[in-house]
Design a protein around this ligand. Structure first.
Ligand code: LLP
Length: 429
């Protein structure tokens, strides 16, 4: 199987960076997420360099929803990243990681007045998703005596080749303002006293392996940039969102590199804004393509069972990684303690959750698997821990960071006490 450079097989064991996953699992227990710091840095730099080769006003905003671990945000902050934040919690994490509020964009299709107040208080720009939100922000910012800089989230009505649950720019999607109505929204914002429209924002979907939809979105955005500039607005940024996919099927899929993405999209943007005589900053919001392949989820085999299928029952299920259950997503799996042994049959890796849909990997060709073996689920760094739950009253996993010879827990595993500790049965029980 093709592996990214930070994953290697040495003497039959899967290594992440310099670390033997089998030893890590023995030391820290499972389920365990393990992330390679250098891989995250390398991916970030690839993005930044590819975009900066075309234009000198570029800002990468990491989509914090993909993996909101504070350590990861600190790594990306130290590289110069800002963040796309979608909640007060993500906003707090980004600020705590040391990200400058000028490098944050508060996104979301359903922000509360409290969210808007938080953005106004911290001087964080807001991407508005409706005219209602514009009115609420004008109120909230006015009450604080502040002016908030905003963009509008554009719904470009674009079909994209991805799972329907993660296509976000369809005409039927809940996100954004229909592209035909954005100019009117801009006009309304220009008339506000406490809101200053300076940007346009879109995000067409996630896990997109084709470049054409990104190019098309850039065209729509440049056209709208022309229309709002004609209204007299001074456009300071265009945010093209995230969405670049990764090759989850290592030997079959090919994902465009950040350079290929930049080479396809940037000429449309650069020529477009030059023709308009403006120089807005270019923002992008990658999540998955920055962090997904940096991380493996390690899970021990509790038992195997040759039934109608040959099941490998492991200690992580959709409580730890919901992507296979939720999107039929494919993640490569490796038997980490015998990673160079030949295939011995077709196995289905199943989690411990009380649902038939709790399958991490169906019908995979694997070496002979036995109780006590260690399975590594690859590409688990994006929307892995971030979407984990405590279903079936199972604590969420620990997260470990490795860098060269060093390793440290960046989040401890939850305990049973963490599950019960927030509960307080009423006094009459
Ligand atoms: N910007 C906005 C406004 C977004 O909504 C998203 C993701 C991103 C950026 C980052 O997209 P990325 O580069 O990661 O594709 N849970 C799903 C993915 C949901 C994506 C939601 N929005 C999954 O596991 O596939």
């Amino acid at each position: 199987m093709n592996l990214p450079p930070h994953l290697t097989v040495r003497d039959g064991h899967l290594f992440i960076g310099d670390h033997d996953t089998v030893a890590l699992a023995a030391e820290y227990g499972t389920p365990l997420y393990v992330t390679d710091e250098e891989r995250v840095r390398a991916r970030y730099r690839e993005y930044r360099d590819a975009l900066c080769a075309h234009y000198d006003r570029v800002q990468v905003l990491y989509a914090a929803k993909a993996n909101g671990n504070l350590a990861l945000l600190k790594i990306l902050a130290s590289e110069g990243a800002g963040a796309d934040v979608f909640s007060a919690g993500e906003c707090a994490l980004a600020l705590q990681a040391g990200m400058d509020s000028a490098r944050l964009l508060f996104n979301g299709s359903s922000k509360s007045r409290a969210d808007l107040r938080l953005a106004a208080e911290h001087g964080i720009r807001v991407s508005l998703d409706s005219l209602d939100e514009l009115r609420a922000l004008e109120d909230v910012a006015g009450a604080l005596g502040r002016t908030v800089e905003v963009s509008f989230r554009v719904n470009p009505a674009l079909e994209v080749p991805t799972h329907p649950k993660i296509a976000t720019g369809l005409a039927s999607s809940k996100f954004g303002i229909p592209h035909g109505e954005v100019v009117d929204a801009y006009r309304a914002a220009l008339a506000c006293d406490h809101v200053r429209p300076i940007g346009l924002h879109c995000h067409i979907g996630s896990q997109i392996l084709a470049l054409a939809p990104f190019v098309e979105a850039a065209r729509v955005m440049v056209r709208l940039a022309g229309e709002v500039t004609a209204l007299g607005a001074a456009l300071e940024f265009l945010d093209l969102g995230g969405g670049l996919g990764i090759p989850y099927r290592h030997d079959e899929e090919i994902a465009p590199s950040p350079r290929e993405y930049a080479d396809a999209v940037m000429p449309v943007f650069v020529e477009g804004v030059e023709a308009l005589g403006i120089r807005p900053a270019l923002w992008v919001e990658p999540g998955r393509s920055l962090v997904a392949d940096s991380t493996v989820l390690l899970t021990h085999v509790n038992s195997t069972k040759a039934a109608h299928r040959h099941f490998v029952n492991v200690d992580a299920g959709f409580n730890q990684l919901i992507r296979p259950a939720m999107y039929d997503a494919y993640h490569e799996v490796v038997v980490a303690n015998c990673a160079d042994e030949p295939s011995a049959g077709t196995y289905t890796v199943a989690g411990p959750i009380c649902e038939s849909g709790d399958i991490l990997a169906a019908d995979r060709s694997l070496p002979a698997v036995r109780e006590g073996d260690l399975v590594a689920v690859l590409d688990a760094g994006a929307y892995g821990f971030a979407m984990a739950s405590q279903y079936n009253a199972r604590p969420r996993a620990a997260e470990l960071l490795v860098r060269g010879p060093d390793r440290a827990l960046m989040r401890r595993a939850e305990t049973i006490d963490d599950l019960t500790g927030t509960q307080a049965p009423p006094p009459w029980l």
